[in-house]
Design a binder for this molecule. Structure first.
Ligand SMILES: Nc1ncnc2c1ncn2[C@@H]1O[C@H](COP(=O)(O)OP(=O)(O)O)[C@@H](O)[C@H]1O
Ligand SMILES: [Mg+2]
Length: 589
């Protein structure tokens, strides 16, 4: 987590929080709505199933009463049956045919048959169709006699929807059967809305269904759980969720009478929760929108938050590259303001420290230089001593001169010796000047010669031969003459000191071109540099020389000078001696 940027953390946190909140809210809302809806659906289904069952029962009871009444009358005055049937059932628009079956010892026999000819012809139905339907779906007399009333689907494929009601008379001597148009019953099942209602007979076969083809086909629905529950006789009414055709349905059922038929009112779960699902999917879309918006806001916010931090870190980078004193504007949140103030303070402090450090370093360079001068002192004194001796001699001779012209000659010699001594001292004094880091265009060979001038005599006194091999076309460099001279002087004096015990004593100073660099090589014929010395060569205060002879600062100061010139100082060692290599970048243009 802490590896991520603050911005990413803010965005991530906001995003996660929002997602979690949305997820919890959506889940809860959906669950509540679903539960509420489910309860409502069950209520509505139960209401519908109950109402339809009551309606069917009332209708069937009324009609069965009528049939029984007709049966009774028929038994007393059979001759009047035709007329009575007409008057009793013609008002009823559903009856198509009527039949009285008398029960005798020998069995059941049809004793009266009536067709409502007018209605049949208006509906374009033949009497034969009715008779055929009767043959295909016979009246279950045994059941009628046992239960009193039987409602049957007597439809005749392909297109004649027919309902049949049979009732046994009170004395049990006759069964009256009537074929009916199923319109009234169908009306009860074709309720609007998502609730689907269907009616089955005592065996679970379709009596009424919004899908007429199921009615005509006498479809058997006894396999459906709500139908089984309704007809099993345990409870007259109930509700359950079941699956059929791979579809979940919420169903309520109600038995009609004592098992005459059953009504099922059901709704596919998918339809019930369609709206809920749509609500949740829309809410999800909405939530996604909100989350996206929040993320954008979080990104903007976090950017605003981290912009000052970015400025702080940019400034730190600038400072770390050496631009001490660079400051940031103090702005933003209090925490960031205080960091900014601290940074600015630090930046200013860095200038002070860096100045102090520079001063200390300059002192170091100077003290190393003075120590070199101290070492040179003997040789310089020796060098100055020669012209001095000359001057003294010429002055004595001049005093005793006979003529002015002879004295003038001595004056001339005194002058040239004085100039010589002066030049030696001038060179030394110039070298001894405190250093400044001003860079100027220089010729490498001239710098080498300047350094040689300073220490040549000293080396000669040590018995060291100095050889030079100065290359052509080195190109100028940009540098500080005084400091570069100090470096070369140290290298040459180190070489001289290293060769104190050597048989051959020679320093070779050569200059060569190396690409964009000018190289100065100082090679000696000394013992070389042992590995343990090599490791510490450039460390400050590392020396192998006796106290008073070496400061151990020469090479470390030299390296810092060369690095300030954007060059390198390296050492190589072989059994034949050591070689120090100064590389300085050639001035462009
Ligand atoms: N040409 C050389 N040959 C062998 N050893 C050298 C040579 N130049 C320098 N050294 C080693 O490096 C050490 C550090 O040199 P330097 O930094 O100039 O300090 P100092 O000369 O005061 O000892 C010397 O003490 C010596 O041991
Ligand atoms: Mg030294």
């Amino acid at each position: 987590m802490t590896r991520l940027s603050i911005r990413a953390q803010v965005v991530l946190l906001v995003g996660l929080l929002l997602l979690a909140a949305m997820a919890v809210y959506l889940t809860l809302a959906t669950r509540i709505v679903t539960r509420d809806k489910e309860a409502t659906v069950y209520d509505v289904n139960a209401l519908v199933a109950g109402t339809v069952a009551d309606q069917v029962e009332t209708t069937v009871d009324g009609f069965a009463d009528k049939l029984r009444y007709f049966g009774q009358e028929y038994a007393s005055t059979p001759g009047d049956a035709e007329r009575r049937a007409k008057s009793l059932f013609s008002a009823d628009d559903e009856v198509l045919s009527l039949e009285v079956n008398t029960i005798t010892e020998g069995g059941i026999e049809r004793s009266f048959l009536y067709f409502d000819a007018e209605r049949l012809s208006s509906l374009n139905i033949e009497k034969e169709d009715i008779l055929l339907a009767r043959k295909q779906t016979p009246v279950p007399f045994a059941v009628v006699r046992r239960t009193g009333v039987v409602l049957q689907n007597a439809s005749l494929p392909p297109d004649l929807a027919l309902l049949r009601l049979s009732a046994v008379t009170a004395d049990g001597k006759a069964v009256i059967t009537a074929e009916l148009r199923p319109e009234r019953l169908l009306k009860t099942v074709t309720t609007g809305g998502v609730t689907r209602v269907f009616l089955v007979d005592s065996l679970g076969r379709v009596l009424a269904h919004r899908d007429a083809s199921k009615v005509i086909a006498h479809e058997d629905l006894s396999g459906l759980t709500p139908v089984q529950s309704a007809l099993s006789g345990k409870a007259a009414r109930g509700a359950e969720q079941y699956e059929t055709d791979g579809e979940q349905r919420l169903a309520s059922y109600a038995r009609v009478g004592s098992g005459l038929a059953a009504v099922v009112a059901e709704v596919p779960v998918a339809e019930v929760f369609g709206a809920t699902r749509e609500l949740s999917s829309r809410s999800l879309l909405f939530a996604a929108g909100i989350v996206a918006l929040a993320l954008v806001l979080a990104i903007i916010l976090s950017r605003a938050l981290t912009a000052p931090l970015k400025r702080l870190s940019d400034t730190m980078v600038v400072i770390s590259k050496g631009e001490y004193g660079t400051t940031v504007p103090i702005e933003g949140a209090p925490e960031i303001r205080s960091v900014g103030t601290a940074l600015n303070e630090m930046s200013r402090e860095l200038i002070r420290r860096s100045d102090d450090l520079q001063r200390a370093h300059n002192n170091l360079v100077q003290s190393e230089k003075l120590s070199a001068i101290g070492e040179l002192a003997a040789s310089v004194a020796h060098e100055v001593k020669n012209p001095m001796v000359g001057i003294l001699g010429f002055a004595q001779l001049g005093k005793e001169a006979d003529s002015m012209s002879e004295a003038k000659e001595y004056f001339g010699l005194i002058e040239s010796d004085t100039l010589r001594a002066n030049k030696i001292l001038q060179t030394l004094l110039e070298f001894a000047r405190p250093p400044e880091m001003d860079m100027e265009p220089l010729e490498v060979n001239e710098v080498v010669q300047g350094a040689l001038q300073l220490c040549q005599h000293q080396l000669q006194m040590q018995g060291v031969k100095v050889a030079t091999s100065l290359g052509d076309g080195l190109g100028g460099i940009l540098g500080n003459n005084n400091q570069l001279r100090q470096v070369l002087l140290n290298l040459m004096m180190n070489a001289g000191q290293a060769m104190a015990e050597s048989a051959t004593k020679r320093v070779t100073v050569s200059t060569v071109v190396d690409g964009d660099f000018a190289k100065v090589l100082v090679a000696d014929t000394g013992p070389g540099i042992p590995p343990e010395v090599m490791q510490n060569l450039f460390k400050p205060f590392f020396t192998t020389k006796r106290r008073g002879l070496g400061t151990g600062l020469g090479l470390s100061v030299s390296r810092s000078i060369i690095e300030a010139h954007k060059g390198t100082l390296t050492a190589e060692s072989a059994p034949g001696g050591a070689t120090f290599i100064v590389r300085l970048p050639v001035r462009k243009g």
